[in-house]
Design a protein around this ligand. Structure first.
Ligand code: GLN
Ligand code: ZN
Length: 757
């Protein structure tokens, strides 16, 4: 049996690529220096896989920003506005990724969306009517050759034609069908090129196949691959799927001329049954090592799966369930975590070891008698010491009333209108203000024990004071304290709560150069002491305006952590909800009248198939949020915030969270969500972000006024809030201050315009 890895993390174990890219953006290093860093990273990633005995190592899994964007560029799908900048190839690429504002022009970035059910984001390819699809780049070939020169045979990894077409956005009249032929043609040329380079296998990633597919989708998939595979030469083609099972198209997959098929046995509920329907002469790449979580693989379970598959397939390759991009690099960097924890964990590098151990186990006559198997079985039979009986009792005692806030929405809305007497279109921000170098340094110094708790606090209070003064000066209506005490909206709460453990360097790429360091839910979760009250109460003491308390919601904490695998997500979410609920009640008791509970990641873990939405997710996720705020008074206003709000299809459920106000990202998705707010009579007040904070460009007053005008076509004016689309922590003050000034000016103008109408 051989081993394979779908893709490897690329940001660097010390985030080298992030730092080099950011230096390049600031003009502190040259393009060549950036390219050198990238090259060194690629080589080290191939080498670590090789030294761990991996047989199928991917190339072209590297990216400067995102693989979908790479594929768009490879296929010549570069919208005119970026070409017309006339900047270098690399800078055109970065302009698509982050927008460009400089002497060559002013363009926004491409839209960015969550990559299936992960916390990774991809850039949405844009196809204009005059886009000429053709093979026009060399990245996959260059990287293949680069590995080859270093003595490493790789299988190039490319986003497949079907997934590419399904994820692309068509800005004109053309549809996927109109360009399918030219896309297929480009993929034929890709294969041809790899044939000539001597590649043995080429991997096409088609995660879109695990979604619900209709007949037209299936026709498109089949027609693309009939054409692509008809040009197959010596290089074998692997169809790689992940994040679920391919129940809607297994017959099609089976009858197409793929040499190998990659199925996910971790997230694919039906993959075992489906495998039986796939032609056994194809090589099965069995995704059994979880690419997304950090727990050790259970060899007993894995051998159980492989044993079932053996009778059907002539050849099985042991594979990761998805790219290891979603795993942190290595436990070797976790010098502060006790061995009693680490022995249960496996990051990317340790997963390579697992693949290799599994290979040994399967090549033995008597797998369950191998040392590797026995050591693993012993570990899983151990007690992990993660129970808190008190917490378990509390969740068991929950009843229906605990999930219902009274009085009901309309009555609260009336009461709150008089309590707050805010102007029309109240202005606010999402919570964080720029995390400038001094803020990060202060936290780092405190962590290293170089300054006292008192010094740490004094500094943060000074920052809060400045932040409040700034917001008053700009003229915002509902203020925030700025979140200077937080490294990350989830990690902060994880650290304050019992039941989580933390890593030092377990970074996972979120988008572009941004990484997150998810905490690990180790055991039952509870709140040891108030977590935010001191900061919020201090901030409120500085102003007459309402100060928003700022919390992260249970679903987001859970979704942005590495979850336990030994209890249900529902149970875990309710535990966290009860802890956050205690904080909400404490904030209210301490004079905080508006409390925002961020559910930035609520949409993210919505199952990919509609049939699983309710039962597997919404039926506990929405109640978990309601549990957090059902205990507050009518006059306390509950806000929530969601990112990348592709939530048109769960709009009723969002309304059912029963928050008073929701803010969300809208500027990057062309305000399409507004229609569905209107159609569904959305009752929660809304602040669809009026500008994109993921890019450094400063929105003009006019631009914001016209965004507001568009919103007013769909949203009753009494329900509209004006705010940026997300927190400002990744931005600098240089762009934040003028952007917010413009936002407030635009709000004032819009109020005037409405009154004059
Ligand atoms: N309150 C958080 C902030 O402003 C929300 C961040 C987010 O939605 N990702 O940073
Ligand atoms: Zn957000």
């Amino acid at each position: 049996m051989k081993t394979s890895v779908i893709g490897y993390p690329r940001i660097g174990k010390d985030r080298e690529l992030k730092f080099a890219s950011e230096k390049y953006f600031r003009n502190e290093i040259t393009e060549n220096e950036l390219l050198e860093t990238a090259k060194a990273l690629r080589l080290s990633h191939w080498e670590v896989q090789k030294s761990n005995g991996i047989d199928f190592i991917s190339s072209n899994d590297f990216s400067f920003y995102d693989n979908v964007l790479d594929t768009a560029v490879l296929l010549n799908a570069v919208p005119k506005r970026y070409r017309e900048l006339g900047v270098s190839e690399l800078d055109t690429y970065f302009a698509m990724a982050k927008g460009y504002q400089g002497d060559k022009g002013d363009v926004k970035a491409l839209a960015m969306k969550k990559w299936f059910n992960t916390n990774y984001h991809y850039m949405v390819p844009e196809i204009e009517d005059d886009t000429e699809i053709s093979l026009s780049g060399t990245k996959p070939f260059d990287e293949y050759c680069e590995a080859d020169k270093n003595g490493i045979k790789t299988k190039p990894d490319i986003i497949g034609a079907f997934t590419f077409l399904k994820l692309a956005r068509f800005t004109g009249n053309k549809t996927a069908d109109d360009i399918a032929d030219s896309v297929a043609q480009a993929y034929c040329e890709i294969l041809e090129k790899f044939n000539s380079l001597g590649a043995e296998w080429v991997q096409f990633d088609e995660p879109y196949l695990v979604r619900d597919l209709n007949d037209a989708d299936k026709v498109l998939f089949v027609s693309l691959y009939e054409k692509i595979l008809s040009q197959k030469g010596s290089a074998k083609v692997l169809l790689q799927t992940y994040f679920g099972d391919v129940r809607d198209c297994c017959d099609e997959i089976s009858s197409l001329d793929f040499d190998g098929v990659g199925l996910d046995f971790v997230e694919g509920k039906m993959s075992l049954d489906i495998a039986d329907k796939i032609d056994g002469n194809k090589v099965l790449f069995a995704g059994v090592v979880n690419g997304k979580n950090i727990w050790k693989n259970n060899y007993e379970k894995t051998t159980g799966i492989i044993d079932k598959l053996k009778s059907h397939f002539g050849e099985i390759v042991i594979n990761t369930s998805c790219s290891l991009l979603h795993s942190p690099y290595t436990l070797k960097s976790e010098t502060k975590l006790d061995e009693s924890f680490t022995k249960h964990l496996a990051f990317a590098e340790e997963k390579l070891v697992e693949l290799n151990e599994l290979k040994k186990i399967f090549s033995s006559e008597n797998p369950s008698q191998t040392e590797e198997y026995k050591t693993n079985a012993a570990l899983f039979s151990e007690d992990r010491d993660c129970d808190n009986k008190e917490v378990q009792k509390k969740t068991a005692a929950l009843s229906e009333n605990d999930f219902v806030r009274l009085p009901e929405f309309a009555e609260r809305e009336k009461i709150q209108k008089t309590v707050f007497s805010l102007p029309l279109f109240p202005t606010t921000t999402i919570g964080s203000f720029p995390q400038t170098a001094d803020v990060r340094q202060n936290r780092a110094k405190f962590r290293r024990g170089e300054i006292s708790a008192e010094e740490y606090e004094t500094f943060n209070k000074q920052k809060i004071k400045e932040c409040v003064a700034l917001q008053e000066k700009i003229g915002l209506d509902v203020l925030v304290h700025g979140e200077f005490e937080r490294n990350d909206m989830v990690e902060y709460f994880g650290e304050c709560l019992d039941g989580f453990i933390f890593t030092s360097k377990a970074w996972v790429q979120s988008y572009g150069t941004r990484c997150v360091k998810p905490p690990i839910v180790w055991g039952d979760v509870s709140r040891a002491k108030p977590m935010t009250v001191k900061w919020s109460a201090y901030a409120q003491s500085l102003t007459e305006k309402p100060m928003k308390g700022m919390l992260t919601g249970p679903v987001t904490i859970l979704n942005w952590s590495f979850p336990r695998e030994d209890i249900s997500l529902k149970e875990c979410a309710y535990q966290i909800a009860l802890a956050i609920r205690e904080e909400v009640i404490d904030l209210e008791a301490n004079g905080i009248k508006i409390i925002q509970v961020d559910e930035a990641a609520l949409r993210e873990k919505l199952p990919l198939r509609k049939s699983d939405w309710k039962s597997d997710y919404l039926d506990w996720a929405i109640p978990a949020f309601r549990l957090v705020h059902s205990g507050v008074k009518a006059e306390t206003q509950i806000h929530t915030h969601m990112c990348y709000s592709e939530f048109t299809d769960i709009i009723k459920d969002i309304d059912n969270m029963d928050a008073d106000v929701i803010t969300f990202e809208a500027s990057r998705s062309d305000l399409t969500i507004l229609d569905s707010l209107k159609e569904n009579n959305f009752r929660t007040q809304v602040g669809p972000g009026v500008y994109d904070i993921h890019s450094p460009r400063i929105p003009s007053v006019d631009e914001i006024v016209s965004a507001v005008e568009k919103m007013l076509l769909k949203i009753p004016k009494e329900k509209l809030w004006i705010n940026p689309d997300c927190g400002l922590k990744t931005r600098g003050n240089e762009e934040t201050v003028p952007s917010l000034e413009n936002l407030v000016k635009a709000a004032k103008l819009s109020r005037k315009n409405v009154l004059e109408k």
